[in-house]
Design a protein around this ligand. Structure first.
Ligand SMILES: Cc1cc2nc3c(=O)[nH]c(=O)nc-3n(C[C@H](O)[C@H](O)[C@H](O)COP(=O)(O)OP(=O)(O)OC[C@H]3O[C@@H](n4cnc5c(N)ncnc54)[C@H](O)[C@@H]3O)c2cc1C
Length: 522
């Protein structure tokens, strides 16, 4: 069977689903093949203990592109929020806490100087993050060649930076070259505030606060907030899987078919062009184009095969840095835990444990040498406070990103998992005494588990580190940043492409546009 109009999408992560929805609406015959038995990839909700459901990787929505939600009618496909505009609460072991709403201190104590600096810092970073947000839905320009269109695209990027004005532009270029540790030290006095703001820069990355690129990763995170109310921290009702379910419904409504439990074993070629895929069971499916939501290394080296690519290109793909450092902790709790001196009204906000920048840098030091942090930093949500669909009545579910746990493919036994679980529980117990007694079930996913369960190489949050050398026109690798791969008819649409990871959907939409533009040009 040959079907030139058919597009096969490998993977029903949220980006694959977005891509499917746009292509189906443009009249293409779309078939999505997902290895797992549910849609969503790393944006899923699943039961980890009887009656307790949790967002298994991503647990907070703040990057989802507002235009995509609107265009695909996600609310009409069932997407609701259990809670919008969560505050960030920095908690310290001694009971101190700061409740932050963007650049405003809502509760807790800060010197006047830090209060004023917080408002200024937040506004300044948002201004810079807006420049990144403006690029989300654009195809990155080619570095060289490509004619007038590419020159124009590069000029638009330059213009967005120029529009910051001379002083801001200078500041933007200055801080991009240093690190978040130095930026925060220049701006604030209060250690708890600096720790909380520093954690935002390194969550999900393989960077410490003193690492290069840690300002860039902060701006990427804030680029969701820069799009306005849609970028506020929120909890979808039913967990992050609800976003994926709504996207799947939008794709189906456009005519796309989605098959789960269907792992693609390889991408097939007819000469220099893709001809379809072969499933793990041996079934062959043909298509005019194949769009992969799997990460770049898995797609190009695993599913396609290095022998079909030029040596220099293969070398670049092999060297994509994609070793994850974030683990995920899920606790089923008998009751709501009490954090020392924290009023109960704040227990359902986004809680962060990173008491100061040195704590964060020490947590990273161990990871640099391949060891999990003895005292990890945590980003915690207790979504059941707002969403009773996630836990039995009176019980709660806690979801935490545990930073840092370096990817170790040998960490297959239970030992390393138990050890990090103990350490994370130790940190929690110091901040919420008695929480251990409330735990009725637990699950800890190391990056190696994330690689296995979610098929993400290295278990990396972004499918590949976000750093200047893996950013925009260099993402995932130079020569492949426009979604089309060097093999005819093959595209990437996942977090490994511009603009990167997080549940945003932009890579999926940009890839759909690239498929349609290539077809029009042919
Ligand atoms: C621990 C952790 C916490 C995170 N927290 C947040 C957060 O709070 N907020 C946020 O916005 N982001 C968060 N992220 C990042 C976010 O989850 C990801 O960047 C995003 O979900 C990636 O989406 P994607 O669609 O590009 O890829 P994925 O979600 O990885 O989807 C790829 C899909 O392809 C499928 N696939 C792969 N190979 C094959 C094959 N051979 N055949 C068929 N199917 C295949 C996979 O099964 C998967 O379903 C977190 C990530 C991690 C790891």
């Amino acid at each position: 069977m040959t079907d030139q109009n058919r597009v096969i999408i490998v993977g029903a992560g949220h980006n694959g689903l977005v891509c499917a929805a746009y292509l189906a609406r443009a009249g293409r015959e779309v078939l999505v093949l997902e290895a797992s038995n549910r849609v969503g990839g790393a944006a899923v909700t699943r039961e980890f203990a009887p009656g307790f459901r949790v967002s298994a990787c991503a647990h907070l929505s703040y990057l989802l592109d507002a235009a995509i939600s609107r265009e695909l009618g996600l609310s009409s496909h069932g997407l609701k929020h259990a809670r919008e505009n969560l505050r960030t609460v920095a908690v310290a072991g001694n009971g101190d806490h700061l409740v932050l709403d963007g650049g405003r201190l809502e509760a807790g104590r800060l010197p006047d100087k830090d209060r004023a600096a917080l408002a200024e810092y937040h506004a300044r970073m948002l201004r810079f993050a807006r420049v990144l947000a403006q690029q989300h839905n654009r195809r990155p320009p080619r570095i060289a060649g490509g004619g007038r269109r590419e020159v124009l695209a590069a000029a638009m990027l330059g213009l967005d930076v120029r529009r910051l004005g001379r002083n801001s532009m200078r500041e933007f270029l200055r801080i991009a070259a240093i690190n978040i540790f130095d930026v925060l030290e220049e701006s604030f006095e209060t250690p708890l505030l600096k720790g909380a703001l520093g954690l935002d820069a390194v969550l999900g990355t393989s960077l410490g606060p003193r690492s290069n690129n840690s300002v860039l990763t902060l701006l990427h995170r804030m680029s969701g907030t820069a799009q306005g109310p849609a970028g506020r921290l929120s909890l979808p009702e039913g967990g992050m899987g609800a976003i994926s379910e709504a996207l799947a419904a939008a794709a189906r409504a456009g005519g796309a078919r989605i098959r789960t439990g269907c792992a693609v074993a390889r991408i097939t070629l007819d000469g220099a062009r893709v001809s379809g895929v072969e499933l793990e069971g041996g079934e062959m499916l043909s298509a005019g184009s194949v769009v992969s939501n799997a990460d770049p290394a898995r797609t190009l080296l695993g599913l396609l095969g290095a022998r079909h690519l030029e040596t220099g290109f293969v070398h670049r793909v092999r060297h994509i840095r994609s070793k994850g450092m974030a683990a995920k902790l899920h606790l089923a709790l008998d009751a709501l835990p009490e954090f020392t001196q924290l009023p109960a009204q704040f227990a359902g906000e986004r809680l962060v444990i990173a008491p100061d920048l040195v704590y964060l840098e020490h947590a990273f030091d161990h990871a640099k040498y391949g060891h999990c942090s003895p005292e990890p930093a945590l980003e915690i949500t207790i979504p059941s406070v707002h969403d009773r669909t996630l836990a039995p009545a009176g019980k709660h579910v806690l979801s935490a990103v545990v930073q840092y746990a370096p990817f170790d493919p040998r960490a297959s036994g239970d030992g390393p998992r138990r050890e990090l679980l103990e350490r994370a529980l130790g940190v929690l117990e110091r901040h919420a005494p008695g929480i251990r007694r409330l735990v009725v079930a637990s699950e800890l996913l190391l990056p190696a588990d994330i690689e296995r369960e979610f098929r993400i190489t290295g278990g990396h949050w972004h499918h590949g580190e976000l750093a200047l050398d893996q950013f925009m026109m260099l993402r995932p690798v130079p020569g492949a940043a426009q979604y089309a791969m060097p093999v005819g008819g093959l595209y990437l649409c996942g977090a490994g492409c511009h603009p990167g990871g997080g549940v945003m959907g932009s890579a999926g939409r940009n890839a759909a546009k690239a498929v349609l533009a290539t077809e029009r040009a042919a």
